[in-house]
Design a protein around this ligand. Structure first.
Ligand code: UDP
Length: 405
C-alpha cells in the first residue's frame, strides 16, 4: 500500500530534545520504518524549514522524506505555522494529482497537518487518517493563558474529528476527551505508539553512576508541565538518592536556560542541590544507557498526551513511577508494572519513591512485568499491523478515483 504521512513541524530527520522537537519526531520516524517493514511504500511530508534541505531525502529505513515548500524556508515556531497549512495542502494535492505517486491513504500527525491533509484529500479523493498527538482542550486546561496555540485550535480539532475518515487515538484518556468534544467514538481506532525494542533493551552499556547512591532518573524537555519541579520537591523525602534530569538544551547551554535555572534554584532552596544533576540533551542513541543506569524512572508530567519515556524505561527494564495522566495511566499498570501517583503532588511522589527504593524485590517484579507488557503490547510491528488494517478498511471503502483509473 502507498502511505503518505504528513507531519508539518516534526520531521523524522530532526534532532530531539529541542523546544518543538520531541515525541512526535520519534513517533513518525519509527512508525514510517515499521510500515516499510510491513511492505508498504511510505512517504513522509514535512515542512521545508531550511534552504539547504533537498526536496526529497531517502531515509536509511526505506521511506522517503519530502520537504514541502510552505512558508519561509527557516525554523518557524509550531504555533505560528497555521497560516501556511493551505499552501501545504495545495502543494500535496498538486503533487499527487500530477501523477507519478498517489497515496492510497494519507495519515496526518497533529491537527495542523490534519488541515493540510483534509485540504489535499478533498481535492484528490485520498482517504484521510489523523493522529492528534496532543489536544488543544487539554493544553488550554493546563496552561491557561500561557498556551500559545492559535486561537482557533480547539474548533479546528473538533471539526477535523468529524471530517477525517478515521481518528487514531493513543490512549483511553484521549478517547474520553474527544467524546466530550463531540467526536463520535465510531470514528476512532485505538492504536498505541510502539517503542523500539532493538534500541531500548535491558542489556547493554550503562551510563556512569555512583553505585552507593540510588539513582532516580527523569527525562524530557525543559518545560514546566513535564513536572521536573515536582520531582525536585519530592527529593527531600528520599534521603541519599540522586536525581538525574536528562533533556532540554545541550549541557553547555543549560546555564542560559530559564527553566534549568529555575530548577537549580528550587533544588538549592529545597536543600538538595548536591543531589540534582542536570545532564542536558542526550542523543537518542545514548538514551538507553541513561535509562539502564537508573534504579527508578520518574515520569511526572501534569498531563501527557502519550508519553514515550515511560515506555522506553520499561523496555530497558527500569521500574517506573508515573503520574496518573494521559497515556501513562494506560502504559503503567499501578501496583503491577509500576506505581501511579496523582500529578503535581510531590508528597505522594516522595512517598512512592521512598517505598520503591527501599524494596528491591518490588523493583525487580515491576521491571519484569513491565518488560512483558512492552513485548506483548508496545512493539512498532504491532502498531504498524494495526494501522495497516485501519488503512486497508478505508481503501476498500473509498478508492481514490485517480488510483482506480
Ligand atoms: N529524548 C532524547 N534525548 C533527550 C531527551 C529526550 O532523545 O535528551 C527523547 C526520549 O527518549 C523520547 C522523546 O525524546 O523518545 C520524548 O518523548 P515524550 O513522549 O516523553 O515527550 P514529548 O517531548 O513528546 O512531550
Amino acid at each position: 500500500m502507498r502511505i503518505a504521512m504528513i507531519s508539518e513541524h516534526a520531521s523524522p530527520l530532526a534532532a530531539l530534545g529541542e523546544e518543538d522537537a520531541g515525541g512526535q519526531n520519534t513517533h513518525v520516524a519509527e512508525l514510517a520504518a515499521a510500515l516499510v517493514g510491513e511492505g508498504h511504500d511510505v512517504r513522509v511530508y514535512t515542512r521545508r524549514d531550511s534552504a539547504t534541505l533537498a526536496e526529497v531525502v531517502s531515509s536509511p529505513d526505506g521511506y522517503q522524506v519530502c520537504h514541502v515548500p510552505a512558508g519561509p524556508a527557516q525554523r518557524v515556531p509550531k504555533d505560528e505555522l497555521l497560516p501556511y497549512m493551505g499552501e501545504f495542502g495545495s502543494w500535496l494535492a498538486d503533487s499527487w494529482r500530477r501523477g507519478g505517486w498517489i497515496p492510497d491513504v494519507a495519515h496526518a500527525h497533529f491537527w495542523m497537518s490534519g488541515l493540510a491533509t483534509v485540504h489535499a484529500g478533498r481535492r484528490t479523493g485520498v482517504p484521510t487518517v489523523l493522529t492528534y498527538h496532543a489536544l488543544g482542550t487539554v493544553k488550554r486546561r493546563h496552561q491557561g493563558a500561557r498556551d500559545t496555540s492559535p486561537p482557533g485550535r480547539i474548533g479546528y480539532e473538533r471539526a477535523l474529528g468529524r471530517t477525517v475518515d478515521r481518528v487514531i487515538v493513543q490512549c483511553e484518556d484521549e478517547v474520553a476527551e474527544l467524546v466530550r468534544m463531540g467526536v463520535p467514538r465510531s470514528r476512532m481506532a485505538l492504536v498505541p505508539s510502539g517503542v523500539n525494542q532493538a534500541v531500548f533493551r535491558p542489556d547493554g552499556p550503562v551510563a556512569p553512576r555512583d553505585p552507593a547512591r540510588p539513582r532516580v532518573l527523569t527525562v524530557g524537555r525543559m518545560v514546566e508541565r513535564k513536572g521536573f519541579l515536582d520531582v525536585v520537591r519530592a527529593l527531600p523525602a528520599v534521603p541519599d538518592a540522586e536525581c538525574v534530569v536528562v533533556g532540554g538544551p545541550p549541557a553547555e547551554l543549560l546555564p542560559a536556560d530559564a527553566f534549568a535555572r529555575r530548577l537549580s534554584a528550587l533544588a538549592e532552596s529545597c536543600g538538595v542541590a548536591d543531589r540534582v544533576k542536570l545532564v542536558g540533551a542526550v542523543p537518542r542513541e545514548d538514551m538507553p544507557t541513561w535509562y539502564r543506569s537508573a534504579d527508578v524512572l520518574v515520569a511526572a508530567p501534569w498531563y501527557e498526551p502519550f508519553g514515550l519515556t515511560p515506555l522506553e524505561g520499561m523496555a530497558c527494564g527500569v521500574p517506573v513511577i508515573g503520574t496518573n495522566v494521559g497515556g501513562i495511566a494506560d502504559s503503567v499498570v499501578d501496583g503491577l508494572t509500576g506505581d501511579l501517583v496523582p500529578p503535581r503532588d510531590p508528597r505522594a511522589l516522595g512517598t512512592a519513591l521512598r517505598r520503591l527504593l527501599a524494596d528491591r524485590v518490588r523493583r525487580f517484579a515491576y521491571a519484569t512485568a513491565a518488560l512483558d507488557r512492552i513485548r506483548s503490547r508496545y512493539s512498532w510491528k504491532r502498531c504498524a499491523e494495526q494501522l495497516g488494517a485501519v488503512y486497508a478498511a478505508l481503501t476498500t471503502a473509498s478508492r481514490p478515483a485517480s488510483a482506480v483509473a
